[in-house]
Design a protein around this ligand. Sequence first.
Ligand code: 2IT
Length: 448
Amino acid sequence: MLKSQYLQKVYASVSQRYKDQPEFMQAVEEFFDSMDSLVEKEPNIEKFAIMERIVEPERTIKFRVTWTDDSGKIQVNRAMRVQFNSAIGPYKGGIRFAPNVNESICKFLGFEQTFKNSLTGLPMGGAKGGADFDPNGKSDNEIMTFCQSFMSELYQHVGPNYDVPAGDFGVGAREIGYMFGFYKKIVNQWNGVFTSKGLASGGSLGRPEATGYGVCYFAQEMLKAYRNDGFKGKRIIISGAGKVGWMAASKATELGAKVIAMSDFSGVIHDENGIDLDLLLELSKTNTVVMDKYRNTHPEAIFNPDTKSIWNIKCDIAMPCATQNEIYLESAKALVENGCWMVVEGANMPTTLDATRYFIDHGILFAPGKASNAGGVAVSGLEMTQNAMHIGWTFAEVDAKLKEIMAGIFKKADDAAMKYTGTHNLVAGANIAGFLKVYQAMLEQGTL
Ligand code: 2IT
């Protein structure tokens, strides 16, 4: 229950208006919880209607994407770009291709992105977009045709100083390449309008690794600050075998941890000897799902087709890196019961609100995605800088900057948590620290 009457009033009106957008309302509810300790100390928030403004995207562009599949059949998808907040920089955030993409999901992602981008310290506003297009099973030609049709509409709403999309679920360097190529052809300019581009197209070294590595760098800061410890010997479980999960697993292993379980769409593999990442990498060259094939060469490992079963495995640290709302209260309880003491989110909002509250109430060290997965967008910001300067940094240079940015995010979030809540609640700290810069910029720029 919110203490502030102002927040109560704004929340009531937002939840009434967007009652059919559950993911967006979940993100708003968590954010308002964190604002409760701040609004009384900052009367300008109410006076200048900051909360009323910050929950509304500045602009949403919705469009139809028509394309022709390989059999010659005409297909129609729905797409959008939610340009949430540009107070501190051009709109910035990924594009997601998945059958469940809708306005609620794009809005929750764009809202979170606003504070995440602010936490990086780089000048980037918040945005997100996507289409209800399922790339699974599509040919390369179909992907290209779809991306080109998508860009034939979106090109007019993006630009290096306006809105800079990147990848997300279902959108990697291949899709970015097709979209960037089409944009370049239409506007006849080579510029940094997209990030997470392929290397030859002006992408940054270290961008593919950035989110997963950043999750581990953030976790390292937590381990150091709260336990005077490191990754060595820690038992880790990681859900999701996308880029984030893979890179987090590889960095955690390099830092001395033992990744004992991972999952993908096929199920969960549990290997007490530590997951054989080289084998997974080899398998992934010819398969889209790999966990169900792991036991062919490692019969001692356990396979469970129920992806949720990963949260029942005894571990020290859990890293949910798959998608939103993958840890429900029941799984949170199982984790705590089995001795897990730290949760570091790699995906966006993978933990439901009641599960998040459960972790915090039970003293679990909990890192919210908008802080711990900000490494991806941070290196996107570095890609923008490199493109604007027409230079390219080495992997080591990018990696060093990423480490510094992640340490900075941890410090900002932890300091804000201490200052405003008197605790190490990083959910509150990340929301407050991310918000304060956006809020300051909004005040400076007047009532627009
Ligand atoms: O959720 C995210 O932060 C991303 N998908 C990356 C966004 C970006 O612009 O690199």
